[in-house]
Design a binder for this molecule. Structure first.
Ligand code: PEP
Ligand code: MG
Length: 953
């Protein structure tokens, strides 16, 4: 094993150049019996392949795979060169660490040096070191402390076997950023050590980033190698950090107190015993349960879901019972409490989330957790934090009209298909493995048939492909093998299936990769289908005719897998118009109303619904006459759209001769031909982040150039507006981790992020300039909030432009941050154009997160405050002879088009599907009336008033 010790260090060596230094090192390694003389060639070859200079004045010369047979035993030798040795490219080495290793053990050395390499300017100190002790101290840096706090302890976790428990321990270490992803697999290979008293120990140094200790206990006693297992320590070992802890643990075991750990019910007790970081007393709150049938499956599910929405530990116990507190996030644990009406529930939450979580949990319990409840009379309700006043939610009655946010235009009608998560109750133990196996086979066959029908019915290829993947998942031999194991242990088919699917899905999610997280959602989807068959829960049959899908909230991936031929419209309880799911709905052309409130989830399946996304109105079970009128309106709209479609290639000119340029928003080059076919006069927004998201690492310059070139080729001389990489906030890149931020939307996003990584921004700009070939290219920077940010971006382009000249280039910024609009008079002097990103501008101007589950419905871009900012931008731009586009979703809203045109916006960039309609809207206007309308819109106080003004036009 590679370790750094004093004996390995030779101080004050001299070498005229790198070659001499390598000779010296090789001689030393040979003299100490670590390698054969032939190893020198390995050292030399390795330097030829790439310098081993590490930075901070350190190099780590080592051999190549071809010279592994020259190594007798693994080891290192350190040589200090106070005069420095040029290691190539002017990189001066003061310390060479020669490694003799048969495999990739230099990685272990890097690990040992992690701290040292993080220090600033270590080189001069290495050079000045007088003794081996000094040098070693410098290399080891300050000793790292062992991470051990409440987050590293998980008690009573529901696991079936030792492997699962190991996996849970490793996951805690991963979450604490102590280890890399593969640590769980490493631990599975390590031999477990019994400490006695049911406690076991596992440790490894591989994949460790910083030292940490996790402690996990299973919910039921397990056995390992014939002995009981009540608790498992998993140590991510690095250096000596765990010494004190080990001593303390030994003392505890000698005192005979080991069992305390295995039986502990709260992390405080464990931390106190081990001397870890003991958390402050956790806040608690109590409330009397009023549900008639107690905390049974349905309300428990609602409670668990709510608890899961908080990022921290929440435990629940019944005050009147002696039972231990359980995790409020575990449905099965909640059910095991058997809480009855009239009993007092006590929630305990981690201090970091308590202020938010406790009131929310109390309010939810008070509101009945999805059931209507009669208060328990005379029962005292003690609450540390006052809950918000309960609000009864009842199903809307026939004829009810509910306002909601239009997220995708159109009028749609059809029977409601209400999708709320199903609750599955099943026994843990099965009849016999054979009977359960047979049961599962039947269910799998049924689900295969079901999915086969879905595939046959899918008109969109991409949707069909999703279902094909689902079928493959059903046949996955690894899943089958795991299920088989559980069945053989006596589990019921449903319990075995659910456990395996959940474990596999959780594993995928833990890998922190957007694509794998989607695969986890797919796995759960398939899992639920099978469970529904096993538990005899009737999955709600899809109505035969096109239906209105009613859901709590629709994720973008849910929308992507919808079949527009079967789904006439989407209605959600939560969500807003600029959430990315709404953007996908618009791209698919499915009418959608969002943010209609929880009441819509109580609508009886099959009830006829009328969605009017023109006016933002839902009518429940409308009268026949209303439906007929709506159908007429829908058909008339359809005709209008057809006419608009026929004229889509014509320019958009108002009746009094004012032309507005209509362009398309696209995500990648494949969208260009379709956009042109839909009548786009150019691309007004190329969201380049999709190209970056489609790769496992930042695409290189050539890949990018080819992509941008394709777009320009397909545009045939029309202009292309490209937005430089816009990630951060709600759009993280899996390979570009961003530090966790309290408010990512107010954090390192857009240009703020790319300016921190200028090499990535430069590569993108070079690729763009190279692709231009004198065609009209416009580049804009996202999220600019200050003049300085704009100037930094501009200067970079201007510098590169000297190298790669382009003739038709304009540079601009997106106006998405209110400060950019407020600075428009200054910026307009320097930029060539502005493009208003109303999605973000609205969220920042109104202080409403665009994806907020309940508030985003109010984030309407027609709010007069947002219009004022657009007005300022246009005025400043026009005063300086510059143009302004709008590329946020507002540009496609038929009620917004007259206002934006009236404000003087020169270009509207919308999803290709909306181009024809937006052009038709412009043609119906006269500029003078639109200007009067815009003037009035700036004087009212709400978005609703602006919409009313437009409707009255
Ligand atoms: C906007 O914010 O309006 C915009 C067009 O950018 P995105 O929706 O991609 O954040
Ligand atoms: Mg934006």
């Amino acid at each position: 094993m590679l370790e750094l010790t004093l004996e390995q260090i030779s101080m004050a060596q001299v070498a005229v150049d790198k070659s001499a230094a390598l000779h010296l090192l090789a001689e030393h390694l040979v003299a100490d019996g670590l390698v054969a003389p032939g190893y020198l060639k390995g050292l030399q070859d390795r330097e030829q392949q790439g310098s081993t200079f590490l930075g901070q004045g350190i190099a780590i010369p080592h051999g190549t795979p071809d010279t592994r047979d020259q190594v007798f035993s693994t080891g290192v030798r350190l040589m200090q060169f106070p005069d420095g040795v040029d290691w190539g490219d002017g990189q001066i080495v003061y310390l060479a660490i020669g490694i003799a290793a048969k495999s990739d053990e230099h990685l272990r050395l890097l690990q040992l040096l992690t701290r040292a390499l993080g220090e600033a300017d270590l080189g001069p100190s290495l050079r000045a070191a007088r003794t081996p002790q000094d040098l070693l101290k410098l290399l080891q840096g300050a000793p790292q402390e062992l991470a051990l706090d409440a987050q590293m302890i998980s008690l009573g976790v529901s696991v079936d076997d030792f492997e699962e428990l190991v996996w849970r321990g490793a996951r805690l270490l991963r979450k604490a950023d102590c280890v890399n992803n593969g640590f769980a697999a490493v631990l599975q290979q390590v031999e477990a050590l019994s400490l006695g008293d049911g406690l076991w120990w596992l440790h490894s140094e591989q994949m460790v980033k910083r030292p940490g200790l996790a402690f996990v206990t299973p919910d039921k006693p397990l056995r390992l190698l014939g002995q009981p297992l009540t608790g498992l320590f998993c140590l991510a070992s690095l250096g000596e950090a765990h010494q004190n802890l080990l001593e303390r643990l030994c003392a505890l075991l000698i005192e005979g107190r080991g069992q305390e750990l295995g039986q502990a019910t709260n992390s405080r007790a464990v931390l106190q015993a081990l001397g870890g970081e003991v958390p402050a007393e956790w806040p608690s709150a109590q409330i009397v349960l009023a549900n008639a049938h107690g905390l049974h499956a349905r309300p428990a599910k609602v409670l668990a879901q709510l608890a899961k929405s908080f990022d921290g530990e929440i435990r629940l116990r019944i005050v009147e019972s002696d039972d231990l507190a359980v995790s409020a996030k575990s449905l099965s644990k909640l059910l095991s409490l058997g809480a009855r009406r009239g009993q007092t529930l006590e929630f305990v939450a981690e201090p970091t989330i308590a202020a938010d979580a406790l009131p929310a949990l109390l309010a939810a319990v008070e509101q009945g957790l999805g059931e209507s409840v009669e208060p328990v009379l005379a029962a005292p309700v003690h609450a540390v934090v006052q809950p918000v006043a309960p609000r009864a939610v009842v199903a809307p009655q026939a004829g009810a009209i509910i306002s909601a946010v239009p997220a995708s235009p159109g009028v749609a009608m059809g029977p409601a298909h209400v999708q709320v998560p199903q609750v599955f109750d099943y026994p843990q133990q099965g009849e016999s493995p054979a009977a359960e196996r047979e049961r599962l086979q039947v269910a799998l066959r049924q689900v295969r048939d079901e999915i086969g029908q879905l595939i046959a019915r899918s008109q969109a290829k991409a949707i069909g492909e999703i279902f094909v993947t689902h079928q493959e998942m059903l046949d996955d031999p690894e899943l089958t093998q795991d299920v088989e194991q559980h069945l053989n242990q006596g589990k019921s088919a449903a319990a075995a299936w659910d456990t395996v699917i959940e474990t596999a899905a959780a594993r995928q999610e833990a890998l922190n990769d957007a694509l794998l997280a989607e695969r986890a959602a797919d796995l759960r989807d398939v899992g639920r289908r099978v469970l529904a068959h096993l538990c005899g829960v009737q999955a709600l049959a899809e109505p035969e005719q096109p239906y209105i899908l009613v859901m709590d909230e629709v994720g973008p991936s849910d929308v992507a897998r919808l079949d527009p031929a079967r789904v006439a419209g989407i209605l959600t309880a939560r969500g807003g118009a600029t959430a990315h799911s709404a953007i996908v709905a618009r791209a698919l052309g499915i009418t959608a109303l969002v943010g209609a409130g929880e009441q819509v989830l109580l609508i009886e399946p099959g009830t006829v619904l009328l969605l009017d996304a023109q006016r933002g109105r839902l009518t429940v079970a409308p009268e026949a006459a209303v439906l007929e009128r709506a159908a007429q309106e829908r058909d008339a709209r359809e005709l209008r759209l057809q006419a608009a479609h026929a004229a889509r290639m014509e320019p958009a000119v108002t009746r009094d001769g004012h032309a507005v340029e209509i362009c398309a928003n696209i995500g990648d080059s494949t969208g260009t031909p379709a956009a042109v076919k839909q009548g786009a006069e150019g691309i007004g927004l190329l969201r380049t982040e999709l190209l970056f998201m489609a790769h496992n690492q930042a695409p290189d310059e050539a890949t990018q150039e080819a992509e941008y070139r394709r777009v320009l080729d397909d545009l045939g001389g029309r202009p292309l507006v490209v937005r430089t990489l816009d990630v951060g906030g709600d759009k993280p890149l899996p390979y570009w981790p961003i530090d966790k931020e309290e408010n990512p939307f107010l954090g390192v996003r857009g240009i703020r992020l790319t300016l921190q990584r200028p090499e990535i921004m430069e590569a993108q700009l070079r690729a763009l300039l190279r692709a231009a070939d004198n065609r009209p290219l416009r580049i804009m920077f996202p999220m600019v909030g200050s003049v300085d940010e704009w100037r930094q971006g501009r200067d970079m382009v201007e510098r590169l432009r000297l190298e790669i000249p382009v003739s038709d280039l304009q540079l601009g910024i997106m106006v998405e941050v209110p400060s950019a609009a407020l600075l428009a008079p200054v910026l307009a002097k320097e930029v060539d154009f502005f493009s208003v990103g109303t999605n973000d501008l609205t969220q920042y101007a109104l202080a409403i997160d665009r994806g907020h589950p309940t508030l985003s419905a109010q984030a309407d871009g027609l709010h007069p405050a947002v219009l004022q900012l657009i007005d300022m931008t246009v005025r400043a731009a026009h005063a300086n002879g510059k143009w302004v586009g709008v590329c946020g979703e507002l540009a496609a809203d038929p009620l917004a088009v007259p206002v934006l045109v009236g404000l003087g916006v020169d270009e509207l960039s919308v999803s290709p599907r909306s181009i024809a309609e937006v052009k038709a809207c412009v043609r119906e206007l006269s500029l003078s009336r639109a200007q009067a309308l815009a003037h009035d819109a700036l004087t009212v106080g709400s978005a609703a008033e602006v919409r009313a003004l437009v409707e009255a036009l």
